[in-house]
Design a protein around this ligand. Sequence first.
Ligand code: GLU
Length: 482
Amino acid sequence: MSETRVRIAPSPTGDPHVGTGYIALFNYCLAKKDGGKFILRIEDTDQSRCSKESENMIFDSLRWLGLEWDEGPDIGGEYGPYRQSERLDIYKKYANELVEKGHAYQCFCSKERLDQIRKVQTSANRPTGYDGQCRRLSSEEAKSKIDNGEAHVIRMKIDRTDGAQTSFYDEIRKKDICYQNKEIDDQVILKGDGFPTYHLASVVDDYLMKITHVIRGEEWMTSTPKHILLYQYFGWDIPKFAHLSLLRNADKNKSKISKRKNPVSLTWFRACGYMPHVMINFFALMGYHAQDEEKFTIDTITKSFDFNNFGTSSPAFDFIKLNNLNGLYLREGSQEEFISYICQKDKDQADYLKSILAIIQERVDQDHPFQYWVETFFKRALVYSKEEFDAIKREPAEISKVLKDLAKYLEKLQVTNEQELKEAIMGFQEKSGFSSKQYMMTVRVSTLEKKYSLPLFESLWVIGKDGVTQRLKQAKDFLNQK
Ligand code: GLU
C-alpha cells in the first residue's frame, strides 16, 4: 500500500479561516495515524486576492493549533514547489495535453458574449453555463485564431451524450455520489493570463504530489465530478474523497459560517485568548463522534481516526459551547496555564493587549478605569445605543446605507498598515454624502460604540480591517431593527 499523503490547500486571501483549521485537523490526524505525510499547499492562483501577509498568517495559525506540516512552501519537500503561482508552466503543459487529446478546447468568446449568455439564461430561469460555441471550432480554425493573437481560455470538453454521468465514492457518506454530465459546465481550466483555475491546479497538484486522500469541505463537492473527469482524461488513479460537513452559524437559517455572523478568523480566536487545544477539542466536538466524553486532543483523534466517525449533518459553530469549553479547560488546567491566560502571556494575546495599552494608557484615570477603555476591543457583539446614533443628525436609514456601502468597500480592499486603513475610510467620506463631522461620528459610533475619545484610526487598526468591517455591519443591523 502506498504511503498516506493528505493535504490542506488554503488560498491566502484575507485572514486564516476557522474552516481551514477544522479541515487541516482531520487531514493531519489521518496522516499521523497512518504514519504518512501532511502537506501544506498554498493555492494562490487568484493573484488579485492573494497576499504574502495572509500566507504568513496561515503558517502561524496552523502552527499555533499544533498542526505542523511535513512538506510545504516554507520548508520544501520532494514534490515542490508548494505554492501554485510557482507552478504555472506545469499547469500549462497539462492543459495543452488535454487539448491535444481532445478533452479540452480553446474558447475565444469575449466577456461581453459570456455576460450576455448568462443574462439570457438567468432571465429564462435556466441553469447558467457556457453554451459551447467554441467546441465546434476545428483545430485549424482555433490555431489560426491563436496565430492572430486572439485572447482565449481553455475549457474542459464535457461529454454530453444522453445519460453520460460522473460519479465518485464519498468516504463519509459511504456511497457513490453521481452527477449527470449535462449539469456540468465546460469549466475553464486555464485562464487567458496563463493562470490555471482551481480545478486544473488542484487535480494536477494532487496527482503530482501523490495525494492519496482528498479531505475537504462539502462546499467543494460539486467541483469533485469535474476533478474526476480530469483524472479520467489524464488516465490517472483517483484518490479517495471525503467531504466534511460545513460549519454553520448557530442561527435559525443554519447558513454557512460567515464573517457576517461570527468571527471566523483564527487570528481573532487566538488574540481573544481561546487556547489552541480548546479550538482543537471544539472542532472535534462539531464534526467527529468517536466517544461519549467531551475531551478530544490531536492524539485522541489520531488514535480513533475513522471516516465512520464523521457526521453528515452540518454542525453549528456554537459560541456558547466554545466559551464553556475554554472555561472548562481553564478551571481544570494547571495554575501555570491559568496565570498565563490571565496575564495574557500568550505572545499574540500580549501583542494585542500591548497595542491596546499603547492607546489607552494616557486615558486611564479614576473615573475611566482600565476596564472602561479596554472592553470594546474584546467584544464580539457590540452594544449600541440609539442616542449615540441620534447625535449624528441623519436618518437611521441613511446611516445604515453608508455603513453598508462602506463595509462592502472595505471588504474588497487590501490594507497593510494604519495609514492605508485611514486613507481608505477617509476616502469614502465624499461618496457617503455626509458632512465630514457626520461621517466621522458614524464610523466612530459604529466601530467603538461610543463617541468617547479613543484615537479612532489607531484603535481601528488594532481591531483590524475585518473586525472593523464586521462592526460596521453590526451597527447597520442595529439601525435596521429600529
Ligand atoms: N483552495 C481551496 C480552498 O481554499 C482548496 C479546496 C480543496 O481542498 O480542494 O479551500
